[in-house]
Design a protein around this ligand. Sequence first.
Ligand code: F6R
Ligand code: ZN
Length: 183
Amino acid sequence: MMKMDWKKGLLLPDARVRESMKTIGQLENIFLNEEARRALDQNTVVYRVQAWCPVPDGTEGAQFWGTTEIAQGQVDSEYFMTHGHFHLKRNRTEYYGTTEGEGALILMDETRRTWMEPMFPGSLHFIPPSVAHRVANSGKVPLRLVACWPSDAGHDYDAVRRFGFGARLLSVHGKPSLVRSET
Ligand code: F6R
Ligand code: ZN
């Protein structure tokens, strides 16, 4: 058994919880304006992840549970967001549920068609097979979500690192807008 703070969407401290984070310095070439990213404090935390993986990675038939907290902030006009990934096993799906904050789940299929779903407390999202996913925080407080995915899904970060998503969530005249990428 594990304990959650369901309001916040955080797992309570427990030795079985894996904790990780990504800083501005670790997100090279992820944001549109790389010069602006380099000019920021490289130690700024963009997001933190907790994961409860009760079986070994790659086990068929089980599920993992995680939470993600994306800080409020921007790199130039682009909102702080997660790296984003496809699942290594492309037919593995996932649920995201928002507990706190506002933002967008950005989704992209293998043809690079990109769309978004608004995230707000109580929003529940199904990530279909073969769809890359990332979350951007366009609100004024940390955006928190819970996630559940198959333990044999795996993560393919490479395609996103190399080609990005087909669109980005930018602040345009102060409003979050999904802006198509040129490539
Ligand atoms: C798991 C999943 C989430 C993300 C987390 C961080 O399949 O989608 O738990 O891993 O939100 O994002 P990434 O992994 O893109 O750095
Ligand atoms: Zn995932």
